[in-house]
Every structure is written in structure tokens, then in C-alpha cells.
Design a protein. Sequence first.
Length: 373
Amino acid sequence: MLQEALRDAVAKTKQNIARFNGRFPHVSENGVYHLNDNTDWTNGFWTGMLWLCYENTKDGEFRDAAVANVESFRQRLEAHTVLDHHDIGFLYSLSAKAQWMIEKDETAKKLALASADVLMKRWRPNAGILQAWGPEGDEKNGGRIIIDCLMNLPLLFWAARHTGDQRYAEVAVQQADMSRRYLVRGDDSSYHTFYFDQSNGVAIRGGTEQGYADSSTWTRGQAWGIYGFALAYHYTGNPLYQETSLRMSRHFLERLPGDGVVYWDFSAPIHAETKRDSSASAITVCGIHQLLLSLPADHPDRAFLENGMKRSMDGLIHHYATIGKPDAEGLLERGSYSVRGGASPDDYMIWGDYYYIEALMRILHGHKGYWYE
């Protein structure tokens, strides 16, 4: 079934090249993706899908589309188009850095390194954080981090390795440490966001932008933590990151519904209309796969993790994937962008589609995405 699922995903992605016609999908409404001209934080995911499909098939149509996207990202960086946020790693790891990893293209490598410099401009030394959103000194967001940023840190770790400049890695480590200390709760659940005094880094409070409540656990945020800390462990060897990813994985898997795919928040009241987030489960499959690569064969939690990963993947394929719907634009139904904000609460998410393909490529072919070499 995994092979069939991957073939279906590749076929739909190829069909979407012409459908999207050089534009970038974000989230859907009534089964139709909203497209933009490379202005959103999600555009790297479509490019990453193209690179994954190219590696799987060696079909030049995927490569041509991916290379055209990388050129769009070059233009975006040069014009500094909507880059005043922390999601630079999502954009450039899956586009320029992916091209470098696949083809060793030096121009793509330079673009990826230049994007790491853009991310470094989010560093706020007084607070000791990478500011998530807004301009420096912003009254609301000036001292704010969010858990999603853990997936942007691999770009900085990679830049340190390829330049020899350890400032990139030092910032990534400090951000990971702050995330571990303040975003991960004692019961292994997580805050979506945390606020600090931007003048001195004093902790203020945890909260949420996407979740059910400040005290709840937004499932996609938990997924970012699982995968992000597993990647931080890969780059640093710090066992605390591995332990944190493991603890967060247990918390996630212990709360799987019967069909293996999570609701949008672990604290949301469950009834017939409660929204799912298939993208959170797809991210978690990838994160647990990454975590398992670092655990010894006799680790006491290995069987639990493997079973949970399989349950999640089976649930996605059998209940949420658009297999058997050849005209579907998306790969996974029932993703949620912002249930709290009423934005695409039950639709296709391009990041869900990306992590679904990455999960299939990981399980079937040992691929590791484009987060590290």
C-alpha cells in the first residue's frame, strides 16, 4: 500500500505542475488550492515536493519545475519579498538547499547560505531569541518565539558546517535551548508560543496563536517539536534534545484517536464536528522516523514508537489520502490551518502534502528530507 500511495502522490504532484503554472499553493478552499506568486511562508513545501518526486522518478519535468522555483526564490531574496519572519528555513531548505544536496549546484548553495544570513537578522541578543514575527522592537512580537522555529534551525546548523562560522550554530543552539526550557511543559506537552521581555530575556508567559487555549497543546506545534528536537540532536549530539523529542513523541502517540490521525488540539472537545489535522500526523511520522535513526535497536521505547508511526501512516493512507480521487489537487484531506482563526480549518495544506511524501520516501527508501546532508 505504501508503494501505491507514493505512486498516487507523485502522479498528482506531476498533474499539479501544469495546474499551478509556476505559482505556489498554500491552503485550499472547497478542494482548490489558493495560489500565490511566492509571497507566503509555505512556498518551500511545493518546491520540496517537486525535488522529492524528481529523486523518486528522475523525471526531468519535476526537476525543471523545481529549478524554476529556485530561481523564483533567488528573486524573492534579492527583493526581500515578505522575508521579515523566522520561516526562512521552511522556504530555502526545501528549495535552494535541496538543489545543493541533490546536484551540488554551487549557485544554489550560495543562495541557501545567503538565506541563512537573512534568518540571522531575526536574532535578538538582548532577549537571546530568534524573534518569530514582526519588526525588531515590535510591542506585541518583539520578544516572542514559537515552536515552529525548531524546523528553521537546521538551515543555521547547515550554514555553520559549510562556512565554518560557528555563530550560526550558536544561535541555533540557544534557540533550541530556550524552546526546550520554555515551550515544552513538564508533562511533555507544549506551548505554541512564549513571550519574553525583549530588553533582557526575562520569561513572561506561554500562550498560543493557533491552539484551543493558552494552556492546551496544539497538535501541529507538538509535531514541530518532535521533529525539530530530533534534528537538533542530529546536528549537536546533545542527548537532551533526543530525550525531549522522545518525550514529546510519547505524549503525541498516547493520544492518537482510533483511526491514528490526531485532532487539531489535544484539549479540544471531541464531537462529530471536531477538526482533525492530518498535517500534524504527517509531520510526526517524519519526526519519529528521524528519532528512531538515533535510538539503539534495544531501546525500550523503540517498539512503541515504531507501532505509533505505523498506526499514523496507516491512518493517513487509508482514511485521509486522496488515493482513488485522480482529480484531487491535494494529497491529504482534513488538514487544518487555523481552526481558532477560521482559516482553512478542514482542507488541503501544502505542508501536509510535503510531509506525507517525505514520510513515504523515508519509510520506503530511507530518504531523510532536505534538513541535513
